[in-house]
Design a protein around this ligand. Structure first.
Ligand code: SF4
Ligand code: SF4
Length: 463
C-alpha cells in the first residue's frame, strides 16, 4: 500500500535527524535518542517502525533541533566558573585508600595561614565579581584533605567573608564536635560528611586513621547532632567493602532524617584505590537496589532521601540545563565551572587532579586567575569532549554520562582522552532513569520543587 504521508526528512538518512535506539530494559518502551542534542523520546516497542515515518515527530524535532543544540553547547562550553574548592590544609587525619592526595601530602602537607587564606578569598571575590551575576553568590567549598584540621582559620574567614560567598565544608567528621556543629548551623553552612558503611566493620575498612583505627562512631555522633539539618549531605564512596551495603546505607541515612546523599563510584586516580575496587556488575546491581530502596522508603514514609548523583542523571535527561553536578557531562565541570586550590595556593582544574603535577596551572599568589584559566592544563580539560573519545563518540547516552573522569584517565593511561572506567555503571543508571520516566516515577527521585524555576522548552506527545 502506498504511504500517503510525505516526509520532509528521513530519520537516519540524508539530511534527516539521527536517532539511536536504546533498550532500557522496560516491558513496553525503548528510548530514541538524538545523541548530539540529548533529545530523547520514549517509544512503545511496537511503534518503532511507525515512528520512523511519523512526519509530525520528525518535523517537530527538526524545528527545535537548532535550539536544543544551542542549549547543549551553552551548557558544555558557555559557562564560567562560579565555585572554587579550597584545601585549607593538605594534611589529613585519615588514610582512605582511594584518596586523590598522596600519603606524603596528607602526612606533611601545608596548612594555610589566616593571612594567605584571606588573600585567596580576596582574589576570588574580584574574579567571581565578573563571572557570577544577578545577586548570586559564588560557592566556596572547603575540601580535603581534612579542612577541620584548620578549623580556627576556616571559621574566622567564613565569619568575615560570608556576605560574599556561600560556604560549604566537606569533612570526615573526626573533629566535628558540638561547637563546630553549632557554628555550622548558625551560619547555615553546607556540610558534607563522608561515611562508607552502616556498621563500623564496613565503614572502617576504608575510613580509618593513620594508626588503622576507624572512626565510625565520630561520623554517627555528627549525624545525630545534624539530624534534620537541611544543608547536610552524606557522601559515600562505593568500594569493594561496602558495595553490597548500599541499600542498607540508604535506609540507615533515611532513619537519620538525611535528605540528601551521594553514592559515588570510587575513582581510580591513585594506585592504592585498586585495593578496594568493587566489581562493576555488582556495583551496578546494588546501586540500583539502593535506588529501589530509596523509593520504597519514600512510598512508606512520604519523606524522600535524594541520591544526588543519580538525581543529576535524571535531570540531565529531563532538564539538561538544570543539572547541578558536573561529572556527567563533557567537558566536565573541572576547570570550566569550578577549580581547585591546594593549601600552597596551586590551582588545578579539579581536586581529583591535586596529585597530578602536569595539571598544576599556576599559583594564586603569583598569577592572575584569568591567566590560569587559559593555561594549557585548563585548555586541555575544555578540549576533553566525548566526541574525541573512542566508544563515547558513538554512545547514545554520552551527554547523560560525560565519560568521567579525566583525572582518572590521565593517571591510568597518561591521556585524558580516554573513557571512564565504569562505563556500564553509567549505562545502567541512564537506563534506570528512563524506566522511571516511562513509569512516571522520576519526580520521586528529585528534590521537591526541582522544576519551580524552569520552564519546559519542548514537549511532544503522539496524538
Ligand atoms: S569528572 Fe573528574 S575531573 Fe571532572 S569534575 Fe568530576 S571528579 Fe573532577
Ligand atoms: S563512558 Fe561509556 S556510557 Fe559513558 S559516554 Fe562513554 S561509552 Fe557512553
Amino acid at each position: 500500500m502506498k504511504n500517503k504521508q510525505v516526509l520532509k526528512y528521513h530519520i537516519n538518512a540524508g539530511n534527516g535527524p539521527f536517532f539511536q535506539f536504546l533498550d532500557i530494559s522496560h516491558d513496553y518502551y525503548v528510548a530514541a535518542i538524538n545523541p548530539d542534542t540529548a533529545f530523547w523520546s520514549l517509544i512503545k516497542k511496537e511503534e518503532i517502525a511507525a515512528t520512523l515515518h511519523d512526519r509530525h515527530f520528525v518535523n517537530s524535532f527538526r524545528k527545535s533541533e537548532k535550539k536544543f543544540l544551542t542549549e547543549m553547547n551553552t551548557l558544555r562550553f558557555g559557562l564560567l566558573p562560579a565555585a572554587a574548592y579550597i584545601n585549607p590544609t593538605d594534611r589529613c587525619n585519615s588514610n582512605c585508600p582511594y584518596c586523590y592526595l598522596s600519603e606524603e601530602s596528607r602526612m606533611n602537607g601545608e596548612l594555610l595561614s589566616y593571612e594567605n587564606l584571606t588573600i585567596i578569598l580576596q582574589k576570588l571575590m574580584i574574579y567571581f565579581s565578573n563571572t557570577v551575576k544577578n545577586a548570586r553568590k559564588p560557592d566556596i567549598i572547603f575540601h580535603g584533605a581534612e579542612p577541620l584540621l584548620n578549623a580556627d582559620t576556616l571559621f574566622r574567614v567564613i565569619t568575615e567573608f560570608k556576605k560574599h560567598f556561600n560556604f560549604g565544608i566537606q569533612t570526615n567528621a573526626i573533629l566535628l564536635d558540638s561547637d563546630k556543629i553549632a557554628f555550622i548551623k548558625k551560619n547555615e553552612l553546607g556540610i558534607g560528611i563522608s561515611l562508607d558503611g552502616t556498621q563500623a566493620d564496613i565503614n572502617d575498612i576504608t575510613r580509618k586513621k593513620w594508626d588503622n583505627t576507624g572512626y565510625f562512631n565520630n561520623s554517627i555522633n555528627a549525624l545525630e547532632k545534624l539530624r534534620n539539618y537541611n544543608r547536610l549531605n552524606v557522601m559515600c564512596t562505593i568500594n569493594s567493602a561496602n558495595v553490597r551495603n548500599l541499600p542498607d546505607m540508604v535506609e540507615f541515612l533515611h532513619d537519620y532524617n538525611v535528605s540528601s546523599c551521594m553514592l559515588n563510584m570510587i575513582r581510580r586516580t591513585m594506585e592504592k584505590a585498586e585495593s578496594v575496587l568493587p566489581d562493576e556488575d555488582i556495583a551496578s546491581s546494588f546501586f540500583i537496589k539502593a535506588l529501589d530502596k530509596s523509593h520504597e522508603l519514600f512510598r512508606k514514609s512520604g519523606r524522600k532521601i535524594i541520591i544526588s548523583n543519580f538525581a543529576n542523571i535524571i535531570l540531565s535527561i529531563v532538564a539538561p540545563t538544570a543539572r547541578n553536578l558536573m561529572c556527567d557531562i563533557s567537558p566536565c565541570g573541572g576547570g570550566r565551572c569550578f577549580f581547585a586550590i591546594s593549601a600552597s595556593g596551586d590551582i588545578y582544574p579539579c581536586s581529583e587532579f591535586l596529585s597530578i603535577k602536569d595539571f598544576n596551572a599556576g599559583n594564586i599568589f603569583t598569577r592572575n586567575i584569568e591567566n590560569v584559566l587559559t593555561s594549557p592544563p585548563f585548555l586541555a580539560m575544555l578540549d576533553r569532549t566525548c566526541e574525541k573519545i573512542d566508544d563515547c563518540k558513538n554512545c547514545s547516552i554520552k551527554h547523560y554520562c560525560g565519560a568521567p573522569c579525566p583525572a582518572e584517565a590521565f593517571s591510568r593511561k597518561l591521556n585524558i582522552l580516554n573513557k571512564g572506567t565504569f562505563c556500564n555503571f553509567y549505562i545502567e543508571q541512564a537506563k534506570y532513569a528512563f524506566r522511571l520516566i516511562a513509569d512516571q516515577k522520576a519526580d520521586d527521585f528529585l528534590p521537591d520543587g526541582w522544576d519551580s524555576s524552569i520552564t519546559a522548552s519542548y514537549q511532544y506527545e503522539k496524538k
